[in-house]
Design a protein around this ligand. Structure first.
Ligand SMILES: [Zn+2]
Length: 292
């Protein structure tokens, strides 16, 4: 008799207890997804696939969800789909309705009371659909919104960081499964290296104990700092820009090297490999290899 595979919530709890982290990668298309699947299969790692609002609109929520769930079933991988940075109740509910495993409601730029009220509503909506759905909320905010390479240095103002008492109140009142506290990272890659406030991660983790803490903006951060953040209690790390950079660099090179090629899957083969290679690096960095 084979035992049932652990679900997303169980895997995240295992990561927290074992001081490793589940990697989260965003996708824009099938080539990106293919590279990530190959990385997960080769390293035997659990992974979360994220679609932002823009990516969800481009792919179609039901299509993205069906793809990920079909792969999970057919290949026996621990691969899950998350609606990343839903900035409204409507997009969060659309992802839950579509059958996503996880939803990230990000109203971190609103006053705390409004953020709490709306996040609480999403938690209730998800729970009514299935207790297996993992819900993430966010306190404090990242100063950069989109994942791009910035030519200038970006300073993270102290007031944007999550305060321990706010994080505790937020989790107590909303009952979210995961919390993304702003701890110094940026979305995208800046000219300077952002400094992760490890003490703050530690303090929030100590105060919340069982809540899964999520680190966004993994791409611009130093490997050593990511490791320290995991040791301090982070159990889920997002990488998007690094994967996008690997994808676009390989695609530009492939197009330049084969100007007469018209078969997309042939042009995209090196792109899949570049995404896979980059993702495997990140999986190993987080200690996620060999966990499933
Ligand atoms: Zn993010």
């Amino acid at each position: 008799m084979t035992s049932a595979k652990p679900n997303l919530k169980e895997i995240l709890s295992q990561a927290l207890a074992g001081r490793w982290a589940v990697p989260h990668f965003n996708i824009s298309d099938m080539a990106m997804l293919k590279g990530l699947i190959e990385a997960a299969a080769e390293t035997r790692a659990p992974i979360m696939i994220g679609t932002s609002e823009g990516e969800s609109d481009f792919l179609g929520r039901r299509a993205a969800m069906a793809l990920v769930k079909a792969i999970r079933k057919e290949l026996g991988l621990s691969i899950f789909i998350n609606a990343d940075h839903c900035h409204s109740m409507a997009t969060a509910k659309a992802a839950i309705d579509a059958g996503y495993d996880s939803v990230h409601i990000d109203l971190s730029k609103l006053p705390l009371e409004e953020n709490i009220a709306a996040t609480k509503e999403v938690v209730g909506y998800a729970l009514a659909k299935s207790p297996m759905i993992s819900v993430e909320g966010e306190v404090g905010y990242l100063v950069t919104d989109s994942s791009q390479v910035y030519k200038q240095a970006i300073t993270v103002p102290k007031e944007s960081l999550a305060k321990v008492e706010e994080a505790v109140r937020f989790v107590e009142e909303t009952a979210v499964d995961r919390l993304a506290p702003a701890v110094g990272t940026l979305h995208g890659i800046a000219a300077n290296v952002p400094n992760i406030d490890i003490e703050r991660v530690h303090a929030i983790s100590k105060a919340l104990r069982k809540t899964i803490l999520v680190l966004h903006g993994g791409s611009g951060a130093l490997d050593e700092q990511i490791k320290k953040a995991i040791a301090a209690g982070i159990a889920n790390v997002h990488f998007s820009t690094d994967i996008r950079l690997a994808y676009t660099a390989a695609l530009r090179q492939s197009l330049a090297e084969h100007p007469d090629e018209t078969t997309p899957y042939k042009l995209l083969a090196p792109v899949v490999l570049a995404v896979k290679t980059k993702a495997m690096e990140k999986i190993k960095l987080l200690g996620a290899a060999g966990r499933v």
